[in-house]
Design a protein around this ligand. Sequence first.
Ligand SMILES: Cc1ncc(COP(=O)(O)O)c(C=O)c1O
Length: 398
Amino acid sequence: MPGTEFFGKEETEGVNEVLTTGCLFRYNHDELRRGIWKARELEAEVCRFTGAGYAHAVSSGSTAVSTALAAAGIGHGDEVIVPPFTYIATIEAVMFAGGLPVFAEVDETLCLSATGILKALTPKTKAVLLVHMCGAAADMDAVMQVIDDHNLILVEDAGQALGAFYKNKSVGLFGRTGAFSFDFFKITTAGEGGLFITDDEQRYKHADSFADHGHDHIGNNRGMENHPIIGFNYRISELHAAVGLEQMRRLPEVIRLNLRNKKIIKDTLGSVSEVSFRRVPDPDGDSATFLNFFLPDTETAGKVMDQFAEDGIGGCNYWYTNMYHFINQWDHVKDLKSAAPLAIHHFGAPQDYHNLDLPVSQEVIGKLISLGIRASWTEDEARKFGENMKRSILKVLR
Ligand SMILES: Cc1ncc(COP(=O)(O)O)c(C=O)c1O
């Protein structure tokens, strides 16, 4: 969890600056805040780093995905292609937008594949919600070809991929709108927080209003602002933004250290012939938050995880059995269980969720183990960690 590995006096000072003014609210109160605008500064920093034309900070990665869907024009009754391997927020965001999730295959990029999207297309498909999983971009040339050929709307859930680029373009900027998460587990954390990005001014304006009860944020009299659209409260507080801003400033150095430590461990595991690695379509754009590797099959991956536990090796995720990241454990979604009726109850599920045919995803996620890279490891610590992992893996394989 690189974000939390480097908390320092900068974060403390940033929060204290906000507390000293007493203005915890991101809008208005110009006199009280004495020129301190943390959310605005965070948005400017995200624009600078990603190259986005516009950024808007919100309360979480989940609300950033909701905002990205709304600003892209996705809503009631729209079929949206989604991956079966993601954090559950992706699917929830589609359902709460009134959309109908259609599950398609991921491949060894760990993201939706172009062939998977093609196979899942129906005459009603409106959009693809592409998730850039585990710190690296999807195969964007291939994905964009399908998006363009079929006139689809692309929205990017880059909740786990701030800092990832594909051919020098930041994730989140390939489609109409994109979203990042700044929750406690991400490469940059605000405690809780999220960022919406786009290059389209009108979509930015919609996001800006959508995330704050429709306010147009023109002028300095909040009670008298106009409301071009219906919105809700997805605002970030100045306290969270202050932390997120300092974390953004650390990001280039965190990525450098991630890449260094990931390479050390990858080189060590790479000497085991049965181990292979996630396909990263643009390795130069990897944020390197995870080393994702494959064992020959699901059974072996499960045994390796057991061996890691026995040998005291932490930090590895086995998503195949994780309750929140893989579809096999999402019975509540398949059963359409919700607190109150959703659009999907009215329209009906677009697929038979209990009998989905996703053999590639099952195989790929079954044999996948993801090690969370620690940026704070010294080179020596990374080397030792990799050697310990290799020893455990060989106990299972040999
Ligand atoms: C791909 C993805 N999308 C969305 C989210 C939601 O982010 P948050 O926890 O900030 O709401 C996450 C969080 O893990 C995520 O991994």
